[in-house]
Ligand binder design. Structure first.
Ligand code: ZN
Length: 245
């Protein structure tokens, strides 16, 4: 539980003085910038899923590593053109998405962070970001990393936790399938309309359970926390690509 005088894990809750003092003292050593999507998630799951799940992970990791990590909530919407046939989806063009991620990274770099993790919760953001990430690193020359949170899963996790045949991490997050629906049942069950999950062509979401979701969340928080701790301790440092000679 968070006590009222525990150091904040959310950047936006700080006053400028509180933030400045924590940076200047060296207490704050890493920042997580979550990015996601607000998009249709079939008939049964709320559109906020990707944003809600990635911030759930980011906040839990920052709690675990308190007082050294803050979460700079960045970008709820993502690259979702492939979902625009379902009204209500919010989509950014790849150029807009990358420009905003760049500006958020720039802001945190200028705040003084040397360890910056852009933690991603939406599959459509992955390929565009990976394609340009080396350019970001060259520009900032710090330990700047991009990672979808499901990258921490292994084939063994799939064997132990999945019943629908989704493979890990290749088939994750899937779209509103067993994995995402289980996560929601465990962390924010009000987002799952269980009456609707069999009233659609895709029946796999109905294989979700809160127990599977809780097991996934525990493994995710353990492993992403270790990942960020290793960034702080210098055991997980991105290689800075060379410039053209
Ligand atoms: Zn999703």
């Amino acid at each position: 539980m968070t006590t009222s005088n525990a150091p904040q894990i959310l950047l936006r809750k700080h006053t400028r003085r509180e933030f400045r003092e924590r940076m200047n003292s060296g207490e704050l050593q890493a920042v997580i910038i979550p990015v996601a999507a607000i998009e249709q998630h079939l008939e049964h799951l709320a559109m906020e899923h990707d944003w809600r799940s990635v911030t759930h992970v980011a906040n839990a990791v920052a709690e675990r590593l308190r007082p050294h990590v803050v979460v700079a909530e960045g970008l709820m919407a993502g690259i979702s053109e492939h979902h625009m046939n379902h009204p209500g989806t919010l989509s950014l063009t790849p150029a807009t998405f990358m420009a905003v991620v760049h500006d958020l990274v720039d802001s945190m770099y200028r705040a003084g962070f040397k360890n910056i993790l852009v933690l991603n919760g939406h599959g459509g953001n992955v390929a565009p970001m990976q394609a340009v990430w080396d350019q970001f690193i060259r520009r900032y020359q710090v330990n700047l990393q991009f990672m979808p949170y499901w990258d921490v899963y292994t084939a063994q996790d799939a064997e132990e936790l999945m019943d629908s045949g989704q493979r890990l991490p290749q088939d994750l997050p899937g779209h509103a399938q067993e994995f995402e629906t289980s996560f929601a049942l465990a962390a924010f069950p009000e987002n799952v309309r269980t009456k609707m999950w069999t009233d659609q062509p895709d029946q796999k979401p109905a294989m979700a359970t809160a127990e599977k979701g809780a097991a996934f969340i525990e493994r995710t928080v353990d492993r992403v926390s270790a990942y960020v701790q290793d960034m702080i301790d210098g055991r997980n440092v991105v290689e800075i690509p060379s410039f053209h000679p």
